[in-house]
Design a protein around this ligand. Sequence first.
Ligand code: T4K
Length: 404
Amino acid sequence: MNKQQLNDLAVFGGNKAFKEPLHVGRPNIGDRNSLNERFNRILDSRWLTNNGPMVREFERKIEEYIGVKHCIAMCNGTVALEIAIRATGLTGEVIVPSCTFIATAHSLQWQEITPVFCDINPGNYTIDPGKVERLITPRTSGIIGVHLWGRPCDTTSLESIARQHDLKLLFDAAHAFGCGHKNKMIGQFGNAEVFSFHATKLVNSLEGGAVVTNDDELAGKMRLMKNFGFSGEDNVTYIGTNGKMSEVSAAVGISSLEKIDYFIETNRSNFDHYKKHLDDIAGIDLLAYSEMDSCTYPYLTILIDKDRTKLTRDEILSILKEENILARRYFYPGCHKMEPYRSFFPNADLLLENTNYFMERVICLPTGTAVSLDDIENVCDILRFIAGNARSIKDQLDSKPCVA
Ligand code: T4K
């Protein structure tokens, strides 16, 4: 890092710390040789989609990895959620956290099911089971927990509430492929769990997703639903959609899955490096992962306490952006503050105190195999410089507002 004085910051005219943008979600890339070999096999076979051999192999490998009976691969995580919701028979109202990516809520509302937003537990940032029960009404048909940023929900409490109130329980596990909880892999909880294999995820298939379940009947329904409801060449038995994963996506997914240990190890080492270099910066707190769970460290999340940093989260984000550090405030401002939910539930804020607290403070920093330890040190040094010079930066920003 080469920042000695305020004017060295790019926001005040200095050189950018990174010549090229440092993204949050740079994809992990699987082994190219095995990938090219798989692409050739696909082209030679002229089987490009619709439950081809690559998709079946990807599904089998996921079933083995997670230890579940069924994996149904799909074109993306959002469609996988929509299909899981429909196949499980959810209707009316479903309780979900607001502190999640908008796809969790949209996959319900898309089917005219009302997402009822629940606050998160400040201990692990996932849906607070203690608050779920208060939201149950006669119209409630289920709960969707989200293993946010790869942190497992309190599955035991949620399973108990679901059993007691005869509700279905799904998990949006988009961030949690490869994570373990209570000596089981994520994917083994609730009626079904949904993964995303989007480019930015630990394991990716370009675009892709999957539902995993131990329920034979549910799995059968989802297989039909993802292929227009066809149960034979010209026999449609369900309303369905096109949720199929292509062979190319499955090939990328398999090659990515083969490298998962390396991806996890890199994320862990990145996390440790951030921890070491951020540890003593006042007002910047790195969110820990629980030692009780086995983690993949997919998101590197910090909270900014502006009372201590003297700069707001958004001011710090703007300064980082000028340095070419494209950090993100995932998942600001919370689903309840986005349309159509903001209009549906204008008073949602009153019940979402912890969600609002986190959404105002969170920053996700770059991690993954495209980020080097030097990059991380550079990011941390800049954060340290910002925190150490916050008052003068604030004065200079106020006199010359930054445009980022
Ligand atoms: N549930 C949850 C809790 C989720 O987080 C998500 C998706 C879903 C469900 C739905 O799963 P999918 O239907 O997506 O499978 C991204 C992703 O689009 C989304 O998959 C993800 N969660 C969400 C957290 O992040 P954006 O709008 O931030 O993505 P984008 O394209 O701006 O990419 C993020 C960063 O990654 C950028 O800095 C650029 C970089 N990037 C991205 C791509 C696609 C690359 O360097 N290379 C790439 O190829 O939403």
